[in-house]
Ligand binder design. Structure first.
Ligand code: ITT
Length: 197
């Protein structure tokens, strides 16, 4: 049996591969399956985008697809960048541009007001419909300078206060243990096992 991790984000793929290791599925991703078109993401919630991506790629591949829609909500910015996290600094912006924009929007904001969270919604779909959704969140504080060189996206700016380090200072295993995505993946694995019974 095969599950396609329906994402083009190499950072996400790396975390999925580690987290799904040990399940009775062959795990592939759009990154290695070839040149698939971009799914349109015009939903206003992570759940809408996650389901539409999963269904879109399940129809294209004819395989069971697991999609991830995720992002960073910053309280001082009223929940931005939220579902726009990947394109915060523009349609084709990279992680560096997005991080720069986030920092510039938080200039002068003291640590106690720099709270926020990552959210992740996973959707599993076949060519007909979405079968399961799960979610996860992790709370943190946005630093004023990056720390660490692992991870992707906003990880170097996201401090997990209880651990005293950013998500970019952790291995995939450590990050998965606490992250929004790690939680959502573990819940998905549980529900999938029930579904298969
Ligand atoms: P796919 O749609 O192909 O999966 P994407 O990067 O466009 O890739 P999203 O629309 O879900 O995916 O955007 C998620 C963005 O939120 C991502 O590009 C990062 O900027 C940010 N993000 C999500 N999870 C993150 C994490 O674990 N660490 C750092 N940044 C994260």
């Amino acid at each position: 049996k095969e599950i396609v991790v329906a994402t083009k984000n190499a950072g996400k793929v790396a975390e999925f591969k580690v987290a799904l290791n040990g399940l009775p599925y062959k795990v592939t991703s759009l990154v290695e399956l070839g040149n698939f078109p971009e799914a349109t993401e015009n939903g206003v919630t992570f759940a809408e985008n996650s389901c539409s991506k999963a269904e879109f790629y399940a129809r294209l591949t004819g395989k069971l697809c697991l999609a991830d829609d995720s992002g960073l909500e910053v309280d001082y910015l009223k929940g931005e960048p939220g579902v726009y996290s990947a394109r915060y600094a523009g349609e084709h912006a990279g992680d560096e541009d997005n991080n720069k924009k986030l920092l510039s929007n938080l200039i002068g904001v003291p640590p106690e007001k720099r709270t926020g969270r990552f959210r992740c919604v996973l959707a599993l779909a076949n060519a007909e419909k979405t079968l399961l959704t799960t979610d996860g969140t992790v709370e943190g504080v946005i630093l004023s300078e990056p720390r660490g060189d692992k991870g992707f996206g906003y990880d170097p700016l996201f401090l997990v206060p209880e651990l005293g380090c950013t998500l970019a200072e952790m291995s995939h295993e450590e990050k998965n243990r606490i992250s929004h995505r790690g939680q959502a993946i573990r819940e998905m694995a549980k529900q999938l096992a029930v579904l298969e019974k």
